[in-house]
Structures are given as C-alpha cells and as structure tokens.
Design a protein around this ligand. Structure first.
Ligand code: CU
Length: 197
C-alpha cells in the first residue's frame, strides 16, 4: 500500500529514450567535435554531474588534448603539461577569463569553471594551439565523433531542447537550437550545420 502510494507521487515517464544525431556541413561532410546538449522539457535530473571522460585538458605535442572537452558547471579542470617546453594557457571567453602563466614539463595547473558556456583556449607561446572547454548544465551531453555521430541515452520522453555547439558554427554563441520530440524508444536525426570556413 505504501509502495503504491509512493509510486503515484511521481509522473510515469520512460527513461530509456535515446537520441542519435548525425551532423554534417553544407556539403554533407561529417562534423566532428560538435557538442550536443539536451534539456528535456520535464527538466534535468538534480544532483551533481560527472562525465566518464573526466576533466583533464592535456598539453602535449604543442596541442590541447582533447581538442574539445565537455565538463559540468563547477568542474575543476586539470591542465598537465606533457611537453618539454613551457605553455601559457589563456582564455578571453566570457564564461571564464583567465590565464595560467608559464608552466613547464610535468607541471599541472588547474582552473574551476563556474559558468555555463564555451571557453576558447589559447597559448601565449604557441599561436597554433587551440582548444575548447564546453561547460554544461545538463548530464545529457555528448561530442560528435569523426563520422559526425553523437549518441545520448537515458533521456526522458517528451519534447527536448537540443543545442548543437561547434567552434565554427554560424549563429549566436556558435550554437543552433532545435526542438526534438523524444519517444520511449530511440530517435534519429540528421542535422546540417552552417560552418564558417
Ligand atoms: Cu604552448
């Protein structure tokens, strides 16, 4: 009796929905390193968010790795330097303006990201170094792979706001927003992105 009463307090919604996206540019080529975030109309789950890929942005071979890192709001990102040379990481982006002054081989610095949004990273020493940290406020986030594919699982059914971000995407904040009706099973969508050259 108590069990039934407890069940009735919560709306019944399926949580097995998945969203498969395939992202291409105007010419049909796959778009890698886009970040997809989903905000279900029913809200995002409460509680702290963590992703299996962690919160480390490595400097190695004069490059940021990964090129695009998704972290939850409030995450402290580690910046280990695996190169023999020194790096000087900075960002002028609104959600996190900071610089990590010269640090050398096998040294690690960290920075806490407290605001949602996209953060473009550069290095004062190496102009060619470019990386991005996408700070998100939903556990439903994924990055497109070399085939332009991204998969999100465990989504509640109902309408969802799907945001696609890419560093070269035309539009406000390099984002594009679509509304997708999610069902108990799976939904697939192909999205064409207008990218800057
Ligand atoms: Cu550098």
């Amino acid at each position: 009796m108590m069990f039934l009463a407890a069940l009735m307090l919560y709306p019944v919604s399926a949580v097995a929905g998945s969203l498969d996206l395939r992202l291409t540019d105007a010419k049909g080529a796959p778009v890698e390193n886009a970040v997809i975030t989903v905000h279900p109309a029913s809200g995002t789950p409460k509680g702290s968010i963590s992703f299996p890929w962690g919160t480390t942005m490595v400097q190695q071979n004069i490059a940021f790795g990964p090129h695009v890192l998704i972290v939850p709001v409030g995450a402290t990102v580690r910046f280990p330097n695996k190169d023999k040379v020194r790096h000087h990481v900075y960002s002028f982006s609104r959600p996190a303006k900071f610089e990590i002054k010269l640090f050398g081989k096998d040294e690690t610095r960290s920075y806490k990201f407290t605001t949602e949004g996209a953060v473009a990273l550069g290095c004062n020493i190496h102009d060619s170094m470019s990386g991005f940290i996408k700070v998100v406020d939903t556990p439903f986030a994924a990055k497109s792979n070399a085939s332009g594919a991204a998969r999100l699982t465990g989504l509640p059914s109902g309408f969802a706001r799907v945001t696609v971000w890419h560093s070269k995407l035309r539009g406000k904040d390099n984002e594009m927003i679509v509304s997708v009706p999610l069902t108990d099973g799976g939904v697939s969508r192909s999205i064409k992105l207008a990218l800057r050259p």
